[in-house]
Design a protein. Sequence first.
Length: 282
Amino acid sequence: MKFTRIGVIGAGTMGNGIVQVFAQAGFSVTMIDVNQTALEQGLGNIGNSLSRLIKKGTLSEADRDATLSRISSDTHLGAVADCQLVVEAATENPQIKEKIFRELATIVPADTILASNTSSISLTTIAAWVPQPQRVIGMHFMNPVPLMQLVEIIRALQTDDATHAAIHALSVTLGKTPVTVKDGAGFVSNRVLMPMINEAAFVLYENLASAEDIDTVMKLGMNHPIGPLALADLIGLDTCLSIMDILYREFRDSKYRACPLLVQLVAAGQLGRKTKKGFYAY
Ligand code: NAD
């Protein structure tokens, strides 16, 4: 499958990073968000990220301008009608994603690949929302997208070999390392990561140590580049809570129950870096 035009749905933390890596790799990208402010912030983030690369000497001004010229943005899903691939990176909420996928299926050609960047929602369930489920796949980028090497590819039960091969090859073209996993709640990355973050929240909730000390134990003791609580703030505490809730629902196992402190921080709108306050203040 040859890709020239790619649509990305959602301009938030992940969406704008995904748009940047596609545009830098030479693809024309249309970024969609229901929120005009999110689109403007997304474009601003991409501009800032490219400027940092110029300062580091790894990108020329001409390449920055060319990258930006390949990006367009819109608040209407219809603007992705001519894309060969759409990557959905909207809010981690099954109702929102179902509406997007059902609508996308009526907009794009029947052979356009529909990928989701979901952290935890079953790809098999997502695939069942569209008439040609064999073209649905998980393309799970890591945060921050331009810097992180991994793309976790998730095959839904329905995904066909051609769709998988195309997304695997595309991930390599982006300079990433793809790892393919089967569909299961949280896949591999969040099945392992999120319970660790949740446990760190419990340790803080039980007042066993400060946030800084918990993170220092994991950084210096376990050689993690960033502590679990700082990482949760980077991911977004609402996203972390959604993932824990999905693991809990899917496995029906109390070991996945979200820490009450995480629930409270989300209820208070303290979502981490994106709201300047979470486990830490920014
Ligand atoms: P975010 O809250 O930063 O951004 C989500 C964006 O989606 C918002 O700008 C919102 O306006 C937009 N949106 C909501 N409904 C929409 C709709 N119907 N159409 C178009 N846009 C819509 O969230 P995020 O952290 O970027 O997460 C996006 C996806 O990526 C989620 O599925 C999440 O699980 C996944 N993910 C997140 C991370 C992370 O570290 N944050 C890592 C990997 C995967």
